[in-house]
Design a protein around this ligand. Structure first.
Ligand SMILES: Cc1cc2nc3c(=O)[nH]c(=O)nc-3n(C[C@H](O)[C@H](O)[C@H](O)COP(=O)(O)O)c2cc1C
Length: 192
């Protein structure tokens, strides 16, 4: 697949077939993650691979609680219809965690998010690599991070960048619209 096609074919996938993800593809997806940029090449991320139904059920439980919190707090109506079955349906879930202290020189000039930025680049690399194999992914964050850390035994000094369900997409996923880029020239001003 051409790069442009890979980028455009990546779609947030919220329904999966049960087919297992081949090990070589899973390895290649994580290798793509390793090639993401990071401050001083600190590679602040690590991966947790989840295939056990019991662990997936715990992930869903923590996420359903977050959905309930949105509903109880009068959040947007779509939340009631948001079906989290995919968290148990996806054959694999990859959690990407990172060490927020691995942020390069940012502390010297008030830039605090280098590690999260790097972990996010890692997540996107992985999602694009998955798209090349025709696999669906979702950058999933609808959970209380503390509760998800506890469910996955993640040490307190690390943070979660994303929970990524991964597998063969079930059905077609429609692309949400993408407007034209908002561009400014030579500094921020009214868009051209
Ligand atoms: C940081 C981040 C967090 C996201 N969290 C969620 C989430 O918790 N649940 C979800 O369904 N989608 C989540 N998304 C996916 C977005 O909804 C999705 O990328 C957007 O609607 C555009 O659709 P597309 O990815 O198919 O192009 C998240 C995306 C990002 C980048």
């Amino acid at each position: 697949m051409e790069f442009k096609e890979v980028v455009k074919s990546r779609r947030s996938c919220r329904a999966f077939e049960p087919d297992p993800v081949p090990q070589d593809q899973l390895a290649a997806i994580m290798e793509a993650g390793q090639w993401a940029p990071s401050p001083m090449n600190a590679l602040p991320w690590e991966y947790i691979i989840i295939t056990d139904a019991k662990v997936k059920a715990q992930i869903r439980e923590v996420s359903e609680a977050a959905k309930q919190a949105v509903l109880d707090g009068g959040g947007p109506g779509f939340a009631a219809k948001y079906d989290m079955t995919f968290l148990e349906q996806a054959p694999v879930i990859i959690a990407v965690v990172f060490d927020p202290t691995k942020k390069g020189l940012g502390d010297f000039f008030n830039q605090k998010h280098g590690a999260l930025q790097a972990a996010s680049a890692c997540v996107e690399n992985m999602m694009l690599a998955a798209a090349e194999y025709g696999l669906g992914t979702l950058w999933f964050t609808w959970f209380d991070p503390e509760k998800m850390q506890a469910a996955l035994n993640i040490p307190e000094n690390l943070e979660i960048a994303a929970i990524i369900p991964l597998g063969k997409p079930k059905g077609d996923v429609k692309a949400p619209p993408r407007p034209e880029p908002r561009i400014h020239c030579e500094g921020f001003a009214a868009p051209v």
